[in-house]
Design a binder for this molecule. Sequence first.
Ligand code: SAH
Ligand code: SF4
Length: 347
Amino acid sequence: MTDDKDNFFDQDLADLKLLLTSWGEPDYRADQIWSGIYQGLKDGPDRISNIPKSLRAKIRERFTFGSLAPETSLYSKDHQTEKTLFRLVDDQAIETVLMYYEKRRTLCISTQSGCAMGCVFCATGQMGFRRNLTSGEIVEQVMYFARQLKESDESLTNIVIMGMGEPFHNYKETLAAVDRLNHPTGMNLGARRFTISTVGLIPEILRFADDHRQVNLAVSLHAADDKLRSSMLPINRKYPLDELIDACREYVKMTHRRITFEWALIHNINDTIEQASTLANLLRGLICHVNIIPLNPTDGYSGKATTMEHARIFQAELKRHGIPCTIRVRRGIEIQAGCGQLASVKV
Ligand code: SAH
Ligand code: SF4
């Protein structure tokens, strides 16, 4: 960490209380700092007016409040999508995407720089794995955009953990970040506002079910038979479809929560009626929703997006089998801010 300081956003309130107690400060000072940063969205201790100046200085010396350096921000033509590249302290980089919908302000955050899963159509997978983010680096992405929105009297409504990286490959830090953002005297972002998307790591899906959080779960499927899925998502060789769907059934049974499946439609690859009906069979009786999205282009993959016409036929087939399904609109494609387009090739 810069200047040997710890990242403030890596701390829980309990850690902060312990530290302040060791400094001989009363407990409520930690609460004041915590709510100043997370509720008041102050960018450092100097702006928290209800704590003494001497304590502000001590906190400033002990912690850094900005380990993410915003480097470039790009805006889609319609200004409804904004993508920011952040430089990390060790010179790695991540990207974060803010999407404006009618009433929603949805932030898509990263959990790793790069990704080890190697899905062939994903720009993050194509760049390979760099490193896990700390919980603080995950939290800071949210703080940055929460502060930005506050300037126009707005706030974040939803957080999707669907940016760079596989969140369940960095389980502990990702869930620690969710809990910190969820904290009632801090940001207080309700667990239901979060969605975690996984490529299908079975042990972590079961662990997540066991954790009984209110956080939404999405699983990236993209193919309904092992041969096709393994050719697109290498992790399928380790966690094949039948076992994955069994784990999803277990998740629904344990949590009573609906699961979302993601499917990027690729022309002539996974957009056939056969794939749709095999998928419907696979998901029979499972409380779920399928999100289909035409593939976003990436440099390292030659497959093409399905046409809207084909997407509708695919959707109709799923619906015929009683599987709830929505076609998602692509966002921010021209600034490479769409699903699977995040990468930081400059590093
Ligand atoms: N690693 C997690 C979350 C990040 S990827 C996961 O794989 O689920 C977020 C979503 O974007 C996933 O559903 C992923 O399959 C999808 N995706 C990746 N590349 C894409 C592309 N080129 N077009 C459309 N969706 C893509
Ligand atoms: Fe990683 Fe998800 Fe991209 Fe696959 S789709 S390479 S798991 S970020």
